[in-house]
Design a protein around this ligand. Structure first.
Ligand code: GDP
Length: 695
């Protein structure tokens, strides 16, 4: 067996010999000095201990210092507060009649505020870049990382949590910057009024498409109508000399998918509800999506021409869904239309202008353009074509740009009628040619100063994206939320609730609300009947909720989306089980469900005692296989006498990871000194299961 001297091992581990000797003592491994030797097994134990310690320390630190991923700047000193402070100090001093010292006292008081030390960080910046930002030698940063139990190299990328902890250690607050912020710091430019951006949402067949058609017809003079060869995902209409931009994003998924990438594109949602059908599941879904995005809703009760139309019923249903219209004393404007007959369309557009005015929508015009990708496709003739909604500045032909991990130069700009444009301002949707690849809907598009810069940023983003993908997993789970509640980072357990019947949804919702405690509440972001779908998963992702299915599971697409976005789906068959789990999470007592899966059985045929190491059981694998690290349950005459872990596994003299049935091998257990010939060892793999697997 390979043996190594203590000092050599210490060097390999980046520790001093003294530190390693101390560690060995903690592990009860007896050595005389740094010249003593360590077996492979012992080295393994040391490594394991270091890694456990590291994890523990990191967890402790991140928990202690974890902060929300937002710009973190110390509160600006409030001049009013200072005045107050000065006043009160003066008052105090006046009482004591030591007027001479007024000035100095005042100065001291102001200076007592901690000085603002802020470091600008970018998610996944390297250790070297971080050190540069702090104006410190990299060795200082690496050392601090080691102190925190993190082994890092110069070019290792650090996530925001780690950067925050480290900055705190160095006495800095962090200001989180995007890559583009760093390169093109925002300049203050005067803002001007811009057209509103409107999305039409609602239940299927309630008339969204017909409504958009009616609006489009109103806009386009008849001869031009035929000119539109293909529908663009966004377009503008001009009405009474004012412009409205419509986003035609089919299904609500697109709406939330964009939000999931951080893009807020819509200013106003028009919620279409058919007067003869009323509020339906997708209507509720639309309401929840709009609410999650904090976008105001204009209600459009459509199909009023139908004999079965019952406008009042719709209004009441909406009120129940918490959309209270103006007639009922609420805030939402309500318009009645017949999209098919072209009735009420101008009222609807007027309502949009009223709301837009209320919102006071403005944007800077005189700067490099910034926008969002609405859709992108590969055109056989034109190459990569993207529909961009310009949000700020003016987009010009020839502008170099970055979009997600892609870059390019604006080769051509078209409007929705495929007219060539030379530039486009805020709220204008345009087709842009010149992309290096196909961007995704929702990705931010922005113009930079030159092509070299565009290329650089895109390359950096690709790197960051790769690192993020490697790191991204399991963003929203119940256990995760429990940790956040424990750490005081959240006071809400957010849920998306789906069940097989409306009755169950209501029952569960009611019971869940009863669960809310003084300091932790349950918030049902969306509830509905039917399987958990992609839209639910996306909504969960953007709101930081988990999906709970009662008697229903996810559909295939939702399952994939949940995997991809790291959203947990929990399914239950009994109300009390669901309530138990959620209550436990709120109390911070939820335990992961650990399951042991039987993977094999071995028979002990001989015991070998190895000096300094302990005993090894010479076994024959009767069934399945044995893995290093597996849980071993040892049985003697049918009774379980020991539960331990397989810490060493050998075939002849070789260390191996697994041995299959029909072979002999040497098994060493963590606590295995009293094994006997004839014992049976059952081997189990341990898995942390979700609630779904457990049932
Ligand atoms: P979407 O699925 O929400 O886009 O709904 P569509 O626009 O495709 O409309 C569904 C059906 O309802 C179509 O057959 C339309 O002709 C019809 N429809 C839409 N609006 C009205 C309306 O105001 N009155 C009547 N009677 N039918 C309408």
């Amino acid at each position: 067996m390979l043996k190594k001297k203590v000092h050599k091992v210490a060097k390999d581990l980046g520790l001093s010999s003294a530190a390693l000797l101390k560690l060995l003592k903690e592990l009860d491994i007896i050595v005389k000095s740094h010249m003593s030797t360590l077996s492979e097994e012992e080295i393994k134990k040391v490594r394991q201990k270091i890694s456990e310690d590291k994890k523990r320390v990191k967890k402790e630190f991140t928990r202690r210092y974890k902060r929300p991923k937002v710009k973190i700047i110390r509160k600006k000193i409030d001049p009013e507060a200072i005045k107050e402070k000065i006043k009160s100090t003066l008052a105090k001093l006046e009482k004591k009649e030591i007027k001479k010292h007024y000035k100095r006292e005042i100065r001291v008081n102001v200076e007592e505020k901690p000085s603002e030390k802020i470091v600008e960080v970018v998610d996944f910046m390297t250790v070297a870049e971080f050190a540069q930002a702090l104006k410190l030698p990299t060795s200082d940063v690496i050392k601090k990382c080691l102190d925190l139990g993190l082994m890092v190299s110069l070019n290792q990328r650090l996530d925001l949590d780690t950067l925050t902890v480290l900055s705190d250690e160095f006495g800095y607050d962090v200001k989180v910057m995007s890559i583009e912020d760093q390169i093109a710091p925002d300049v203050e430019v005067e803002e001007h009024e811009r057209p509103p951006v409107v999305t039409i949402m609602g239940h299927v067949d309630h008339g969204k498409t017909t409504l958009l058609d009616a609006i489009t017809k109103l806009r386009i003079v008849e001869e031009e109508y035929g000119k539109i060869t293909q529908r663009m995902a966004a377009y503008q209409i001009e009405y009474h000399d004012k412009i409205i931009t419509f986003l035609d994003t089919p299904g609500h998924e697109a709406f939330t998918a964009m939000r999931a990438r951080g893009a807020q594109v819509t200013d106003i949602v028009i919620l279409v509800v058919a007067a003869d059908d009323g509020v339906m599941p997708q209507t509720v879904e639309a309401i929840d999506h709009a609410r999650a995005a904090n976008v105001p809703i204009i209600v459009c009760i459509n199909k009023i021409d139908l004999p079965g139309a019952n406008i009042n019923r719709v209004k009441t249903q909406l009120a129940k869904a918490n959309v209270v219209i103006e007639d009922f004393g609420g805030k939402s404007i309500c318009v009645e239309t017949s999209a098919l007959k072209g009735v009420g369309i101008s009222d609807l557009l007027d309502a949009v202008f009223v709301k837009a005015e209320e919102l006071n929508l403005t944007a800077p015009f005189d700067k490099n353009a910034k926008g969002v990708v609405i859709e992108a496709r590969l055109d056989r003739g034109k190459g990569n074509v993207s529909t961009i909604l310009v949000q700020e500045g003016k987009l010009k032909k020839g502008d170099p740009f970055v979009c997600g991990a892609h870059f390019g130069r604006v080769r051509e700009i078209f409007d929705e009628k495929v007219n060539k444009l030379t530039d486009a301002g805020p709220s204008t949707p345009v087709l842009v040619l010149g992309f290096s690849g196909l961007p995704q809907a929702g990705e931010v598009f922005f113009v930079v100063n030159n092509e070299r810069q565009a290329r650089e940023i895109a390359a950096k983003r690709q790197l960051v994206e790769r690192t993020r993908k490697l790191k991204a997993k399991s963003k929203v789970t119940l256990l995760d939320l429990q940790e956040k509640i424990k750490a005081g980072e959240t006071k809400e357990l957010k849920l998306i609730l789906k069940a097989d019947a409306a009755g169950s949804v209501e029952a569960l919702d009611e019971k869940l609300n009863e669960l809310s405690m003084e300091d932790v509440g349950v918030k049902v972001v969306h509830k509905g009947v039917g399987k958990i779908n992609v839209s639910d998963v996306l909504l969960a992702e953007v709101t930081g909720a988990i999906c709970v299915g009662f008697h229903v599971g996810p559909d295939t697409n939702a399952f994939d989306a949940a995997e991809r976005e790291g959203v947990e789906i929990r399914t239950y068959r009994l109300i009390y089980e669901a309530l138990d789990d959620l209550r436990s999470a709120m109390l911070g007592m939820l335990e992961p469900i650990i399951t042991e899966i039987l993977i094999g059985e071995a028979e002990v045929r001989e015991i070998f005692t190895i000096p300094k190491f302990g005993s090894i059981a010479g076994c024959y694998i009767k069934d399945g296989k044995v893995l290093r690290g597996a849980v071993a349950r040892v049985k003697r005459e049918g009774k379980e006498i020991l539960v331990s872990k397989v810490t060493s596994l050998k075939r002849f003299k070789e260390d191996v990871k697994e041995v299959l049935a029909g072979y002999e091998c040497g098994i060493g257990l963590e606590q295995g000194s009293d094994l006997q010939q004839g014992d049976t060892i059952q081997l189990y793999k341990v898995e942390e299961a979700t609630a779904e697997d457990g049932k």
